[in-house]
Design a protein around this ligand. Structure first.
Ligand code: UDP
Length: 308
């Protein structure tokens, strides 16, 4: 049986990787993975591994692209030559330029660009390993990277596709489902503000299938959205823990310094007291001796004359 003839849905309704039609692939996102960039995120969605980094807001070059009213977002999507089975040619393909454009437009819909007039927000996305649905996963990572850069946004954009395999609409197609299925609908969606900012379609759909695909893709985006938020929360709770640890360390050091200072002061005071005591005894002895001599002299007033 060739791959195009094999069944993609098991008799029990599950897909070949065991997912139900509403399950997205196992997904993890880590924010702040690059120390070089202003913001970054790494997403693993199924076998996709994608890195997104953000530089900016920063001065825009070339100057003729400057917009005096808002920041210009420039998103660049690239696939590494080793990211797919057959070596990908390194030159930017038409597909990569298209994905860069739709990602840019999607991010523009949520980023508060008017806060940064005359500047650039550069988003670089590198697909390290591709397994279908890379534009959606890339968009999810890019949006976390923008948030990680501290750039205000109305909402995060989550990306997820839905498509048709064996006449059934399923969410988040893996590469083999994308290739062996009959169509897919990649979606970029901002769940909190309920806005779709990327919608593409590849293949033949009935109106019902298209509407169902959009709803299912939105549901997939909501699942991705939770993971995006967790990634950002984790980054900032890690920072909070680091700061708290630093404060505790500083407090311990300060306490030790104070204790050392107190010990020095105590030693100093003890030494002073000892010295004072020594001084007091010396003077006391002399005085006593002098007094005794005076008394003796007084008691024997005649001695002097007698001796003479
Ligand atoms: N693909 C590939 N070589 C390429 C471009 C894409 O092998 O030059 C694979 C890759 O796994 C990708 C899949 O085809 O994820 C589907 O590509 P599509 O254009 O539908 O975009 P995507 O689904 O990744 O957003």
């Amino acid at each position: 049986m060739t791959e195009s003839e094999r069944k993609l849905i098991n008799p029990d309704g599950t897909r070949l990787d065991g997912r139900s039609k509403t399950d997205i692939r196992e997904t993890s996102i880590e924010a702040g993975v690059s120390s070089r960039a202003d913001g970054s995120a790494l997403i693993k969605m199924g076998n996709n591994i994608i890195l997104a980094v953000v530089h900016g807001p920063r001065e825009l070059h070339p100057k003729h692209l400057v917009n005096p009213n808002k920041a210009v977002i420039r998103c660049t999507y690239r696939m590494a030559t080793f990211s797919v089975g057959d070596r990908k040619r390194p030159a930017p393909s038409r597909r990569e330029r298209e994905i860069s454009k739709v990602m840019t437009e999607s991010l523009e819909s949520v980023v508060l660009t008017h806060l940064y007039p005359r500047s650039a927000i550069d988003v670089f996305v590198q697909v390290l390993q591709a397994d279908g649905g890379t534009r959606c996963a890339a968009l999810s990572a890019a949006s976390v990277a923008v948030a990680d850069a501290g750039i205000p946004m109305r909402d995060l954009i989550a990306g997820c596709a839905a498509g048709i395999i064996e006449d059934q609409v399923v969410v988040d197609l893996a590469d083999y489902e994308d290739k062996e299925g009959t169509g897919d609908v990649p979606l970029g969606y901002a769940p909190s503000v309920d806005e779709v900012s990327l919608l593409q379609m590849d293949g033949n759909f009935t109106k019902e299938q298209l509407l169902e695909s959009v709803e299912l893709a939105k549901e997939g985006c909501r699942q991705v959205y939770l993971i995006q938020r967790e990634a950002l929360k984790k980054k900032y709770s890690d920072i909070r823990e680091e700061v708290a640890e630093e404060i505790v360390e500083e407090a311990i050091e300060l306490k030790e310094n104070i204790e050392e200072d107190q010990a020095d002061i105590t030693d100093f005071m003890e030494e002073e007291e000892e010295e004072e005591e020594e001084d007091f005894i010396d003077y006391g002895d002399d005085d006593e001796e002098d007094d005794e001599k005076v008394v003796d002299d007084l008691l024997e007033p005649t001695t002097f004359f007698e001796e003479e």
